[in-house]
Design a protein around this ligand. Structure first.
Ligand code: TYM
Length: 325
């Protein structure tokens, strides 16, 4: 099966990206019979980030994260979207098959208009789902591991692909399916809202330990006194801990909450220590790639060649069916 997913380079990857998409995608890439296409959606990030220096750094951070989590690039592919111009080319063809109301109904677009007003929204942001559809269809992806917030984008991709297939009475595109882990559909941020780069409520597991601890200490909690029992199921620290801890560790912490005499500060310290322990290897590898740019660049260049070869074939197929060849 072909697996594909992308991460925008609008910031360094946070725990939500890692648990919602990066870790599940890497796991799928390691299953026998699967072939993976995991990429850096740098063109998408231009809709919100207009600072070249930051963009370059975030692109490196996303690439370093894929590698830190053990992505095997000898059997799979990793690339920067902007280096494969076929993404933009296919997006144009798909533009012509996308009804305006479909885009007007996109939740991410509606949210932005509501928050910022329509004059603050660029055409790029409006057509963002079409570029995403191109990313997926270009590589004949069967399965797209993503967080819950991306479900609508995958549905739009399927609708656009079906409409082209139907128009030309041909199986030019493979219809992809989303893979969304029900347990970790939406990872909360330190304020309890969805963890997001744009809300500034995220946990960056690659931060130096003391800075990471500072962020974890800021996780919102209620004012139940230390000695009283606490409800783990409504607490953000417990929720985050449960996502990365073993069943035994979760049961222990639950017991501590129930017993009382155990403060939120204790839980936060345990969460912090667990992150450092669970992700020790990933933190080391991340630092290695962030300080060895040549290694990173080599992997990306090789990936770009592989990605482009696949993308070219799809584009030729599309051009033929549409009458451009
Ligand atoms: P992006 O960069 O916003 O997020 C990357 C991935 O992380 C998931 N995610 C979360 N999952 C659980 N809880 C959270 N709090 C959380 N925050 C983020 C997202 O669901 C996503 O899977 N449009 C995409 C990037 C993209 C893409 C693609 C994805 C471009 N082309 C093609 C798949 C296929 C995005 O903005 O992701």
């Amino acid at each position: 099966m072909r697996i594909l997913t992308g991460i925008q380079s609008s910031g360094r990857p946070h725990l939500g990206n890692i648990l919602g998409a990066i870790a599940p995608a890497i796991k799928l890439s390691q299953e026998a019979g699967n072939e993976s296409f995991l990429f850096i959606a740098d063109l998408h990030s231009l809709t919100t980030l207009r600072d070249g220096e930051s963009l370059r750094e975030f692109v490196r951070a996303i690439a370093a994260t894929w590698l830190a989590f053990g992505y095997d690039t000898t059997h799979n592919t990793i690339w920067r979207q902007s280096r494969v111009p076929e993404h933009a080319e296919l997006a144009w063809y798909l533009n012509c098959f996308t009804p305006m109301p479909m885009l007007e109904n996109a939740t991410s677009y509606k949210d932005k208009v509501e928050k910022l007003g329509s004059s603050a929204v660029s055409a790029g942001l409006f057509t963002y789902p079409i570029l995403q559809a191109a990313d997926i269809l270009l590589y004949d992806a069967d399965l797209v591991p993503v967080g819950k917030d991306q479900r609508q984008h995958i549905e739009m991709t399927r609708d656009i692909a079906s409409s082209v297939n139907h128009q030309y009475n041909s199986e030019v595109f493979v219809l992809p399916k989303p893979r969304i882990d029900e347990r970790i559909m939406t990872i909360p941020g330190i304020d309890g809202a969805k963890m997001s780069k744009s809300y500034g409520n995220y946990i960056d597991i690659f931060q130096p330990a003391n800075e990471l601890y500072k962020v974890i200490k800021k996780i919102k909690s209620d004012s139940t006194p230390l000695e009283d029992p606490k409800n783990p199921d409504t607490d953000i620290t417990f929720q985050l801990y449960s996502l990365i801890a073993s069943d035994e560790q979760i049961a222990d912490m639950r017991q501590n909450y129930d017993n009382g005499g155990y403060g939120y500060g204790h839980a936060k310290k345990e969460l912090y220590e667990l992150i450092l322990m669970n992700y020790a290897t990933e933190r080391e590898r991340f630092d290695f790639y962030m300080t060895h740019n040549d290694e990173l660049e080599k992997v990306l260049r090789e990936g770009e060649e592989k990605a482009r070869a696949v993308a070219r074939q799809t584009i030729e197929r599309v051009r033929t069916v549409m009458g451009f060849n």
